[in-house]
Write a protein that binds this ligand. Structure first.
Ligand code: FAD
Length: 460
């Protein structure tokens, strides 16, 4: 072992890379982690954490605005962006400090610099070569742009939008996927007039259409304009606005335009394809054990096609570390990864949509439990529901294969649904479990009771 050779060499210190580093170190492997920027990657510095901090600011603004409706004398007097920045940055900083401590505690060697793959299991950083018995590629993703529309003063990706030092009076969000919807929700709560433009026929198109319908209805009620089935043709900045031309012929204008049309993998500039790594379009091609075409070279996280989520990256990293250490980990199943959109209201899901379940099983049974019947949701004044999907007809005993939820705070409920779907639980397995009252969690329990033929607070 030299200072430039380790058991495991990892390129990229985001969710996938650092999780792999920690698990490999726990398994007593020597680890070198190469990171061009800051350990923690997109999720900690430009993604999950800062956006959810801003969404919490948004929730607090809504609570202040609506205090009067429950007899609390509050008013919403505006946003202090310095205060918001301090809160957001200190949240990120605390977590970054904790993560850095964890990396040091596990005696992981970190190298700061941009790494270029040079073949085999070797990476060059600033003229120095690092090698590993195994190499893990974890270079993550970046915001995609629309051809002909560049980033500017008022045309932003999520990276710039997170750093805005003002709340726009008006905003156009191009893209109604998770990131677009979260920003639309956040800006609307902070007082902006928001229009979401989405080329597909519905918002959050990766989710069950039932979720899209619920979310679109809630956005309508909140005064967020949604224009689906419409494409942006061009966007031009002036000193005071962005003018956006739609393929419907309409011209709309706002103070800022957020481009949220998905993220592409960081694979073009790191030497992968040039040095023989087989690609799947822009993604690194892997088998289900995350092995690339080169022996003992793995890929994890957003560079592997599939849902781009931090917790998928963590699980990929853990899986690969255990595989390298000779354990026999179970491959990560994208279908069982819970997904949450942290808008107001939230959307959470796991397993199959109804359409996918029908395709796979032929006959399925679905049940939707409306949050109108859930005490805690009524206390919180949130609308929405829990939709559950079971394989087989209503008189059969098929397992639970999909769960979708819409409503404030439902992201916190998806854990139980995930376990039930992953364990292929029958509704009758879950129905006898007691769910604490009053919790929103009861809505899932009630849905299971109804599906098992023993409904309580349901008109079935
Ligand atoms: C606005 C936004 C909100 C999000 N919210 C959520 C959320 O709520 N929940 C969720 O699960 N996911 C969320 N995500 C997605 C999540 O951030 C990503 O799925 C996750 O960060 C992917 O992890 P990764 O390790 O694959 O890549 P990344 O986190 O992108 O890390 C890759 C790292 O590699 C480094 N790197 C790249 N190339 C090189 C090189 N050649 N040499 C050295 N270093 C290199 C980069 O600097 C980076 O630090 C969000 C993303 C965005 C943009």
């Amino acid at each position: 072992m030299t200072d430039t050779h380790s058991d495991v060499l990892i390129l990229g210190g985001g969710s996938g890379g650092y999780a792999c580093a920690i698990r490999a170190a726990q398994l007593r492997l020597s680890v070198t982690l190469i990171e061009a920027d800051k350990i923690g990657g997109t999720c900690l510095h430009r993604g999950c954490i800062p956006t959810k901090a801003l969404l919490h600011v948004a929730e607090t603004a809504d609570a202040a605005r609506h205090g009067g409706s429950i007899g609390v004398r509050t008013t919403f007097d505006g946003i202090d962006m310095d205060g918001v920045r301090t809160y957001r940055d200190s949240t990120v900083e605390r977590l970054y400090k904790g993560l850095s401590g964890l990396i040091a505690h596990h005696k992981i060697t970190t190298v700061t610099g941009y790494g270029t793959y040079v073949g085999d299991r070797a990476v060059d950083v600033d003229g120095r070569r690092y090698t590993g018995d195994a190499l893990v590629l974890a270079t993550g993703s970046n915001a995609r742009l629309v051809p002909g529309i560049g980033v500017g003063e008022r045309i932003l990706t999520s990276d710039q939008a997170l750093q805005l030092d003002f709340v726009p009076r008006t905003a156009i969000v191009l893209g109604g996927g998770v990131i677009g919807v979260e920003f639309a929700s956040m800006w609307a709560s902070l007082g902006a007039d928001v229009t979401v433009v989405e080329a597909l026929p519905r918002l959050i198109a990766a989710e069950d259409p039932w979720c899209s319908k619920q979310l679109e209805r809630a956005f309508r009620k909140r005064g967020i304009t949604t224009r689906t089935g419409v494409k942006v043709v061009s966007a031009k900045e002036t000193d005071s606005a962005v003018t956006v031309e739609l393929d419907s012929g309409d011209i709309i204008e706002a103070e800022v335009l957020l481009i949220a049309v998905g993220r592409g993998p960081n694979t073009a500039a790191s030497g992968f394809a040039e040095h023989g790594i087989a690609m799947d379009g822009p993604w690194v091609a892997t088998d289900d054990r995350l092995r690339t075409s080169i022996e003992r070279v793995y890929a994890v996280g957003d560079i592997v096609t599939g849902p781009q989520l931090a917790h998928r990256g963590f699980q990929h990293g853990i899986f690969v570390a255990e595989d390298i250490a000779g354990r026999a980990p179970v491959p990560v199943d994208d279908q069982l990864i819970p997904k949450v959109t942290y808008s107001h209201p939230e959307v959470a899901s796991v397993g199959l949509t109804e359409a996918d379940a029908r395709e796979k099983f032929g006959e399925v049974t679905t049940l939707t439990y409306d949050l109108a019947g859930n005490g805690k949701s009524q206390i919180l004044a949130t609308a929405g529901g829990v939709k559950v999907i079971r394989a087989g007809s209503s008189d059969s005993t098929g397992p639970l294969v999909g769960v979708q939820m819409v409503g404030d705070r439902v992201g916190e409920l998806i854990g139980e649904a995930q376990i039930a779907v992953a364990w292929e639980a029958l509704p009758s397995d879950i129905a006898p479990f007691v769910h604490a009252h009053p919790t929103q969690n009861e809505a899932f329990g009630e849905a299971m009771m109804a599906l098992a033929g023993v409904p309580l607070h349901a008109h079935t």
